[in-house]
Design a protein around this ligand. Structure first.
Ligand code: OXD
Ligand code: MN
Length: 590
C-alpha cells in the first residue's frame, strides 16, 4: 500500500476498534492510501486546494463570495434515492411497510462485491465525527470511511469532525460504522443500506449529500431513530427554533416538515416589521434529538453543526439570514454561474445566469439554470441568528411540536391537537406533495408521517407506539400543532404569504401554551378564529383568512377514511390508540 504522510498521525492509536475496522475496509477496498481526518482548519484548506487543482471545485467570485466554492455533481446524482435505500433488519417486519427491506446477509454480500477493490486508485478518508455538541450526553458518534474528498469537506461543516470525536469514541467504546464510496456513480450500482441492529451504514454509488454524508439522514435519523427507541428518546426530522417575545422570554419550538418545505426558512425567520420586539434564534434546521428531561419536559439538541440547505428561492425577502450566511465560506452544489463567476439560482432577483448547473452555456430550453435541489453547505456559525444555546450540552426545552405538509387544499393554516395522543395521530397522518429533494415525480401527495417517511429506521407502527410511550412519560409535554403554509385557491394562488408572517401562527401557539389565547374547538382540533391571530399589518383578505381557518367536514370525512386505510396497512402492530383517536375525530365530524 502506498503510504500517505497522514498515516503517521497519531490518530489511529486513539481507538483500536476503529483502527482495526479501518484496516479491514482498506483491505476490502484496496485503497491506494489512507488518510485520517483531524478536522483542523489547515486540513480543510489543504483538501479544498487539492479539489480546486483537480477541477472538482471552482472558486467563486472572491470579492462577493469570499471563501466560496462550487461543486457540480454527476447529472444523475442530484437527490436522495428512496427506492435504493434499505433497512436491513433480521426480521422484515421490524423494518415495516414504510421501508425497503433486504436480509442483512444478502445486503452484506451485495455491498461486499461492490466495495471490493473500489478504492484501488483512490485515497480512503477516515472521518470520525460527533453528532451533537461534543460534550453533550445526548450526542452520539460515528466514523465515516469515504473515498470522496467532497464528502469530507461537507462532513467537516455538518458535524463535529476529527480528533475530539475519535477521543470520545475511544472513551465510549461504541460508534456507528459508515462505509461510503462514490463507486462509478452508476445508478444501476447504487445502494444505501442500513443495519440498525449492528449500527452500520453502507452507501455506494452516490456522492449526493443525503446519500453520502452519512452523519445526516443515515445516522442522525435512520440509525438514531432505532437507537432512540431502545434508549427512550426521539430522533426526528425537525428544525428547532427559539422565539423571544417582546417581553424578553424565549420559548423553543420543534417543527417537522418534509424535505424542501421550508424548515430552513422557518428556523431563520425574520420577524415582520409589524410584529416589533420579536427575535428569532436558530438551534437547528433539519434534525432534532429529543429526550424527556428530569423536569418532565422534552429537551432538544441539534445533532448537526451546519446547514445543507436548498438554494433556489433564497433571497433577501424570503430568508435574509440565509442569504447573508451563504455569502462567505460556503460550498455550493449544482447552482448556476453569472458572467463574473457569482453563484446564481432561481429566485434571485439580481444577476443573470450564463452557465447552468451542468457547466453548459445557459439555455432556458434546458430547464432551470440552477438544479431545483441545488444546495449550500455552510457552518451554523455563519448564521446571524444562531442561538447562543445551540451548543448547550443539555439542549433546549421544547414548548410546542409542530407537524406540517405542503397541501393545496384541506389542511387549515393551523390547528392544535387536543392532547399528546391526538397529536401522535396528527403527526402520523401528515401528507405532503413530493419535492425535488428525492428522485421521482414532484408534486404528488403522499403520506409522510412526522415528515419521517424517508427516514424512520424501523416499522412506523412501532415508532408511533414509541411516540405514545414517550408522551406518557412527560409530566409537562409540549403541545402539538399542525400547520399548512401552502393552501391555494382554485386558481393556484397561495392564500397565506408565509415566510416571516408565519411568526403570527407561532405567536398564537405560544400564547396557547401560556393559556393566553382562545380557539375554536373543531372536530379535527383547536383552530384560531381570525380574531385570535395577530393580524396587525398583515396583507391577507378576510375571505382568505376565513378559508385558511375553516374545516370542510365533507373533505375531512374523506380524509379520515384515507388515513384509516393507510394506518390499517400496518396490520396488527398498529397501536390501537391511533384508531381510537381517529374514531373520535370521525364521530365529531358527525
Ligand atoms: C434534506 C432532505 O436534505 O430532507 O434535509 O432531503
Ligand atoms: Mn431534511
Amino acid at each position: 500500500m502506498a503510504t500517505a504522510p497522514h498515516l503517521l498521525t497519531p490518530l489511529p492509536s486513539l481507538s483500536k476498534d476503529v483502527a482495526e475496522w479501518v484496516e479491514s475496509v482498506r483491505q476490502l477496498t484496496q485503497a491506494k492510501a489512507v488518510r485520517w481526518c483531524e478536522g483542523s482548519e489547515s486540513e480543510v484548506k489543504e483538501l479544498t486546494a487539492e479539489l480546486v487543482r483537480s477541477g472538482d471545485l471552482l472558486p467563486l467570485n472572491a470579492e462577493h463570495f469570499p471563501g466560496c466554492h462550487l461543486a457540480r455533481s454527476h447529472p444523475s446524482d442530484v437527490a436522495r434515492v428512496e427506492h435504493l435505500t434499505y433497512i436491513c433488519t433480521q426480521s422484515k417486519d421490524d423494518a415495516g411497510p414504510n421501508n425497503n427491506w433486504m436480509a442483512p446477509d444478502e445486503a452484506r454480500a451485495k455491498m461486499r462485491s461492490l466495495f471490493s477493490g473500489c478504492m484501488k486508485d483512490r485515497t480512503l478518508y477516515v472521518v470520525p465525527y460527533c453528532m451533537g455538541p461534543i460534550d453533550s450526553p445526548y450526542s452520539r458518534c460515528g466514523v465515516e470511511i469515504t473515498d470522496s474528498p467532497y464528502v469530507v469537506l461537507n462532513m467537516a461543516i455538518m458535524t463535529r469532525m476529527g480528533r475530539p470525536a475519535l477521543e470520545r469514541i475511544a472513551r465510549e467504546g461504541t460508534f456507528v460504522k459508515g462505509m461510503h464510496s462514490i463507486g462509478e456513480l452508476d445508478p444501476e450500482r447504487r445502494f444505501i443500506m442500513h443495519f440498525p441492529e449492528t449500527l452500520e451504514i453502507q452507501s455506494y454509488g452516490s456522492g449526493y449529500g443525503g446519500n453520502a454524508l452519512l452523519g445526516k439522514k443515515c445516522h442522525a435519523l435512520r440509525i438514531a431513530s432505532w437507537q432512540a427507541r431502545t434508549e427512550g428518546w426521539l430522533a426526528e426530522h425537525m428544525l428547532i427554533v427559539g422565539l423571544q417575545n417582546p417581553q424578553g422570554e424565549t420559548h423553543y419550538v420543534a417543527c417537522a416538515f418534509p424535505s424542501a418545505c421550508g424548515k430552513t426558512n422557518l428556523a431563520m425567520l425574520i420577524p415582520p416589521a409589524s410584529l416589533p420586539g420579536w427575535k428569532v434564534f436558530t438551534v437547528g434546521d433539519d434534525i432534532a434529538w429529543l429526550t424527556p428531561g428530569p423536569d418532565g419536559r422534552l429537551w432538544a439538541i441539534n445533532p448537526e453543526s451546519g446547514y445543507f440547505g436548498v438554494v433556489p428561492g433564497t433571497n433577501p425577502e424570503t430568508n435574509r439570514n440565509a442569504y447573508e450566511m451563504i455569502r462567505r465560506d460556503t460550498l455550493f452544489t449544482n447552482v448556476a454561474l453569472t458572467e463574473d463567476n457569482q453563484p446564481w439560482w432561481e429566485g434571485l432577483t439580481t444577476g443573470k445566469p450564463v452557465i447552468d448547473w451542468q457547466g453548459r452555456p445557459y439555455d432556458p430550453a434546458n430547464g432551470p439554470a440552477a438544479h431545483p435541489n441545488s444546495r449550500f453547505t455552510v457552518s451554523a456559525r455563519n448564521n446571524p441568528a444562531y442561538s447562543p444555546h445551540a451548543e448547550d450540552p443539555r439542549g433546549v426545552p421544547i414548548s410546542a411540536l409542530v407537524f406540517g405538509g405542503r397541501r393545496r387544499e384541506l389542511a387549515p393554516l393551523v390547528y392544535e391537537a387536543r392532547d399528546w395522543k391526538h397529536g401522535v395521530l396528527v403527526g402520523a397522518s401528515v401528507a405532503s406533495e413530493t419535492t425535488a429533494a428525492a428522485t421521482g415525480k414532484v408534486g404528488v401527495v403522499r403520506r409522510d408521517p412526522m415528515a419521517m417517511q424517508p427516514f424512520c429506521g424501523y416499522n412506523f407502527a412501532d415508532y408511533w407506539a414509541h411516540w405514545l410511550n414517550v408522551g406518557a412519560k412527560l409530566k409537562n409535554p409540549p403541545r402539538i400543532y399542525h400547520v399548512n403554509w401552502f393552501r391555494r385557491d382554485a386558481d393556484g394562488r397561495f392564500l397565506w404569504p408565509g415566510y416571516g408572517e408565519n411568526l403570527r401562527v407561532l405567536e398564537w401557539m405560544l400564547r396557547r401554551c401560556a393559556g393566553q389565547a382562545s380557539a375554536n374547538e373543531t372536530a379535527i382540533g383547536n383552530l384560531p378564529r381570525p380574531e385570535d391571530l395577530n393580524v396587525k399589518g398583515l396583507n391577507v383578505s378576510d375571505a382568505d383568512l376565513k378559508a385558511l381557518l375553516s374545516v370542510d367536514p365533507a373533505l375531512w370525512k374523506k380524509e379520515v377514511a384515507d388515513i384509516r386505510a393507510y394506518l390499517q396497512g400496518y396490520g396488527s402492530r398498529l397501536p390501537a390508540e391511533l384508531l381510537n383517536q381517529l374514531a373520535i375525530v370521525e364521530s365529531r365530524l358527525g
